[in-house]
Write a protein that binds this ligand. Structure first.
Ligand SMILES: [Zn+2]
Length: 288
């Protein structure tokens, strides 16, 4: 859901569901870290409720070990971050709405001291750990896009900022998305359209990396024996792990024009993957 208001008092994005440390101890190939990746997580603050949730802490730990959020958060890291980033867990349920948010990202403070907060919905943690990791990653992209708006001194100043900084091509790109997908005509909002076009591939890779730790052995064994997906409508089809990661990556982006372009058959397959996984994953691989 997009509220197209970039005043610095409060801005919030809500995600609805339809919407290395070179550890070579196991003989694995070392992952080459981007510069500055060491201890990057120390630049991110965590609320008491975030620290106090062991299950979410476990997920965040795996995400940090895999450096999957690092590349999304350049504006918050290093010696001169654009804004502060905090992670929180709160009850985000809105009794006036049917759809329960998985999380949201909100901007507060001033341009000089901006703060972006990613909040997970405490009422929406009864999901797979991999699904919760996906929500966190999804929100980190929102956070980074908000930080770009902060860097430009607000959306109204973006055009001038682009003129002054023509080498920062990414700002030109988001300006095009803001204009192409205004809230009056875009159900998904420009940020989700941007995500579907530019972040889907990295999300798929992140899901692949995280699955080795976050998908239970029970589920992997189950798929090894009965590798079939059963959609609500249509024929059952063979499980394919890559398609599963793609299916997960689309969650939260299903109002975008890119999702609309997929065939009904493919949409139904992706829906079947995520539904089956959430239904059959064991409780120990979920939070509550
Ligand atoms: Zn979103």
């Amino acid at each position: 859901m997009e509220e197209d208001c970039y005043e610095y008092s409060y801005y919030s994005h809500t995600e609805s569901p339809d919407g290395s440390n070179c550890d070579t101890g196991d003989g694995e190939v070392p992952i080459l870290l981007p510069p500055g990746a060491d201890d990057w997580e120390q630049d991110i603050c965590e609320s008491e409720s975030f620290i106090g949730n062991d299950c979410v802490q476990g997920i965040w730990e795996i995400m940090k070990q895999n450096n999957v959020a690092f590349n999304n958060l350049g504006s918050f890291l290093g010696e001169r971050p654009i804004a502060e980033l905090c992670l929180d867990i709160q009850n985000l349920n809105d009794p006036t709405r049917d759809v329960q948010a998985n999380g949201n990202t909100a901007l507060s403070g001033s341009t000089i001291k901006a703060k972006v907060t990613i909040t997970l919905n405490s009422q929406s943690l009864n999901r797979s750990k991999l699904g919760i990791a996906r929500t966190i990653l999804h929100e980190t992209v929102h956070a980074e896009l908000y930080a770009m708006i902060v860097e430009a001194n607000g959306k109204d100043a973006l055009e001038a900022y682009i003129a002054q900084n023509p080498q920062k091509e990414r700002f030109q790109l988001i300006w095009e998305y803001i204009n192409e997908f205004p809230p009056t005509t875009s159900a998904a909002g420009w940020q989700h359209e941007f995500m579907a076009d530019y972040y889907l591939t990295s999300m798929v890779e992140s899901m692949r990396e995280l699955s080795s730790d976050l998908v239970s052995d029970s589920y992997k064994n189950y798929i090894a024996v009965d590798s079939i997906v059963y959609p609500l409508n249509g024929d059952a089809f063979p499980w394919n792990w890559n398609d599963f990661y793609i299916a997960l990556s689309w969650v939260g982006l299903k109002k975008t024009t890119e999702w609309d372009k997929l065939s009904d058959d493919l949409k139904s397959k992706y829906d079947a993957y995520t539904r089956q996984y959430e239904e059959l994953e064991v409780l120990s691989a979920k939070c509550s």
